[in-house]
Design a protein around this ligand. Structure first.
Ligand code: UDP
Ligand code: MG
Length: 319
């Protein structure tokens, strides 16, 4: 493979892992055209100095030092921004991923896939705190996004550069890159990779990650289906709510007119009003969403679609 490969690694307080990671990476990448991007996400344990030293002594390594701790997702984004490769590989900096698996991912990319995700089939993490929540999460994410992967949380992944272009990552969205990339037409697959227990340093996450991932999932689902047409979702719900409220109100009015039943004694009247107001609110939010979406695309000259290529046998008429 002659294309340039960028290995992007987010690092937050991993001082005892960096050197070994660096040496094993070099060994696994021998013979390839590569660069290593070590992103220091505001470490406070001396990792920054180690990254600086390695980057200054090896021209295939770039250190990207962030001003403070922004979290893994932004650290990865910063790495993508600096990476020049045609192929981008991400992995953790704690040696839980195995650098020796990288060639396996790359061969799938050569087969024509745009995104290759690692699957830690034998995951070496605590069961209750990590494996069980992530099994449930993977199942839900696969169902909801329609991109079937066993292990979204594995950072060891390889991408064709185009698959990452135009993705803006916020929150904890890095685990959803395969789903977001498939939204732009990327071909996604997975391969089994090895996984090791964390030997040195501490994990940065605990159970507090669960609600964040769930909310991100909701957002991804919205982005996948309604990104360019928020009114269809919100307006649809709003319309249902409004019409239901209207029907109830109509029914109560008819009762009042024809049967003389007093409305003040009917809690259903409250429900009708609530549903109608909620409906109007939802429709207005949908319209606002449409306006924001248009501003997003049009103010930046972006397109809601991506052209892969233009095929033509004609000479270009315009220059
Ligand atoms: N990390 C980071 N910024 C953070 C938290 C984590 O760059 O705010 C890095 C961390 O150094 C590691 C990777 O992200 O290289 C994964 O973190 P960790 O191993 O703690 O996650 P786990 O494997 O426990 O899910
Ligand atoms: Mg880890």
């Amino acid at each position: 493979m002659s294309e340039l490969i960028s290995i992007v690694i987010p690092i937050y307080n991993e001082k005892d892992n960096i050197r070994e990671l660096y040496e094993r990476l070099k060994r696994s990448l021998e013979g390839l055209n590569y660069e290593i991007i070590l992103v220091d996400d505001g470490s406070k344990d001396g990792s920054t100095e180690i990254i600086r030293e390695i980057a200054l002594s090896d021209s295939s390594v770039k250190g990207v030092i962030l001003r403070r701790n922004y979290g893994q997702t932004f650290a990865l984004s910063a790495g993508f921004e600096v990476a020049e490769g045609d192929i981008i590989v991400t992995m953790d900096g704690d040696l839980q991923n195995d650098p020796e698996d990288i060639p396996k991912l790359l061969s799938k990319i050569e087969e024509g896939y745009d995104v290759v995700s690692g699957w830690r089939r034998e995951r070496k993490d605590p069961f209750w705190k990590r494996k069980l929540p992530s099994m449930i999460a993977n199942w839900i994410i696969s169902k909801i996004t329609g991109v079937k992967l066993h292990d979204y949380g594995c950072t060891l992944k390889a991408y064709r550069r185009e698959a990452l272009e135009d993705l803006k990552l916020y929150g904890e969205l890095h685990r959803f890159i395969p789903a977001l990339a498939s939204m732009n037409g990327a071909k996604v697959t997975e391969v089994e990779v090895r996984h090791h227990p964390r030997k040195r340093g501490k994990s940065k996450y605990g159970l507090e990650r669960i609600p964040k991932v769930l909310l991100d999932l909701l957002l991804v689902k919205f982005l996948l289906r309604y990104r360019t047409r928020p009114l269809h979702l919100l307006g649809g719900l709003g319309l249902i709510s409004f019409l239901a409220g209207f029907a109830i109100a109509l029914y109560l009015s008819l009762l009042k007119i024809f049967e003389g039943i007093e409305l003040s004694k009917r809690p259903m009247l409250l429900l009708a009003i609530l549903l109608m107001i909620a409906g109007i609110q939802l429709i207005s939010t949908g319209i606002l969403g449409e306006m924001i979406m248009r501003t997003y695309y049009e103010s930046q000259g972006r397109r809601p679609y991506l052209i892969k290529e233009i095929v033509s046998c004609e000479e270009r008429r315009y220059t």
